[in-house]
Design a protein around this ligand. Structure first.
Ligand SMILES: Nc1ncnc2c1ncn2[C@@H]1O[C@H](COP(=O)(O)OP(=O)(O)OP(=O)(O)O)[C@@H](O)[C@H]1O
Ligand SMILES: [Mg+2]
Length: 407
């Protein structure tokens, strides 16, 4: 996907009297040391990143790490001390006020944690407020507001007042207000931060579903790593104004860059981060007309205790080492295979594979066409479900003990 927003070497310094803060940072002085020595606060320290069209880019970090400052520089609410912020062909850090207004009007919307809904305006009028400010005629405003409300599932509440809605619904109104102007980029600063945990989970799931349709470029701020992992196509972890790591959820959980990231990662639910494809091993397989000897050889070659049986390229069953060793001399693969072999799509998350693992059989992993692309031993799934085990991919040494590998 093409780059929609590109930030290059952004610095933001507050209360800088001396003009030597960047030099101090380059010498390796910390934010804290610089503040004590000079009174300057490092808001953003040399941050560069690209966000691609249609991507959800999450910025996560502790309070005071610089998330809000960064996101405000992206839509020109705050001018960076230095650096470039390209939105398509405009650098919002250096373009004139007129041009900046145009970029903000046409391309960028912001959704906050504490967006104020006007209590005496209806939901639709709240959503249309930004359009009124832009001088859009009344009927057009109403139509745009209803369309945005439909996107967040609230069209039936268009003429309600904010006080008649739950917290989660009010937050959706805030989102609809962001969507009403038809922005290409949505900046969301802790939009779900004030919601209670259950509603928050619902909103996260809804945003994932909504984004599948909208395909906006979204920059989402949170200090909740689980939220970041769930929503982010990529996640940037911020500390003292700098990015300490940028990567996919799997990158960050499997290889935290330092102790700061490791501390965040320690308590997350790995079974919601890793998918079947992430932990799958090379499968052993044989065609349905294979002999038992051929099945045995396939298992041996793959170092596996079982082999999937394929009919026309699709999984028809599974034969195990034990099944073969107990078979009579005239029996075939078709006679000894177990036909209800557990199979999941490669995108299935490990926590969704619990039932499949319960069968005790290696779980087949298939791609969108139903082709067998991997296998996951049930033990590997249970190990990941038993919280916090820092093991990303099981090795063949972890092969299921119930199904001894052929020697
Ligand atoms: N207007 C300002 N003047 C001086 N310092 C500021 C200003 N705005 C932010 N800062 C400082 O910049 C740093 C980054 O603040 P920022 O609000 O961006 O953090 P944050 O990651 O959004 O935190 P939170 O999770 O609490 O919202 C902090 O040290 C903060 O004190
Ligand atoms: Mg903030």
């Amino acid at each position: 996907m093409p780059v929609k927003l590109r930030a290059k070497n952004i610095f933001k310094l507050f209360n800088e009297a001396e003009g030597d803060t960047v030099a101090r940072l380059k010498r390796g002085e910390s934010k804290e040391e610089i503040f004590r020595a000079t009174g300057a606060t490092v808001g953003i320290n040399d941050v560069s990143f690209d966000v691609h069209e249609g991507e959800i880019f999450v910025i996560m970090g502790l309070s005071g790490s610089g998330k809000s400052t960064l996101v405000r520089t992206l839509n020109g609410l705050i001018a960076p001390t230095s650096g470039e912020i390209w939105v398509d062909e405009d650098d919002v850090a250096s373009c004139g006020a007129e041009r900046l207004r145009e970029v903000r009007r046409r391309k960028i919307a912001m959704v906050f944690q504490h967006f104020a809904l006007f209590p005496h305006k209806t939901v639709a009028d709240n959503v249309a407020f930004g359009l009124k400010v832009k001088g859009m005629p009344r009927a057009e405003r109403r139509a745009a507001a209803l369309k945005a409300l439909a996107q967040v599932g609230l069209e039936a509440h268009a003429d309600s007042y904010p006080s008649q809605l739950s917290g989660g619904m009010q937050q959706r109104v805030g989102l609809a207000r962001g969507l009403a102007t038809g922005p290409e980029i949505l900046l969301m600063d802790e939009p779900f931060g004030a919601l209670d945990p259950l509603i928050r989970r619902e909103m996260q799931d809804e945003l994932v579903v909504l984004q599948k349709k909208l395909k906006k470029t979204i920059i989402f701020i949170t200090h909740d790593l689980n939220e970041a992992l769930l929503l982010g196509d990529r996640i940037a972890i911020m500390k003292d104004g700098a990015f300490v790591q940028v990567g996919t959820a799997q990158d960050i959980v499997a290889n935290p860059a330092d102790d700061y990231v490791r501390a965040f990662v320690a308590n997350i639910d790995r079974s919601r981060v890793f998918s079947a494809a992430d932990v799958a091993l090379k499968p052993a397989s044989v065609p349905i007309d294979a002999t038992l000897a051929q099945a045995f050889q396939a298992m041996k070659d793959a170092g596996s205790g079982a082999a999937h049986v394929l009919r026309d390229g699709e999984v028809a069953g599974i034969v195990t080492w034990r099944g073969i060793s107990e078979a009579g001399p005239t029996q075939t693969v078709q006679d000894v295979m177990v036909t209800d072999a557990p199979v999941v799509d490669e995108s299935a998350l490990l926590h969704e594979m619990y039932d499949a693992a319960q069968t005790g059989l290696p779980v087949g992993v298939t791609d969108g066409d139903g082709t067998l692309v991997g296998v996951v031993p049930p033990e590997a799934i249970f190990a990941q479900l038993a919280a916090g085990e820092p093991e990303a991919a099981p090795t063949t040494e972890d092969a299921p003990s119930a199904l001894p590998a052929p020697s």
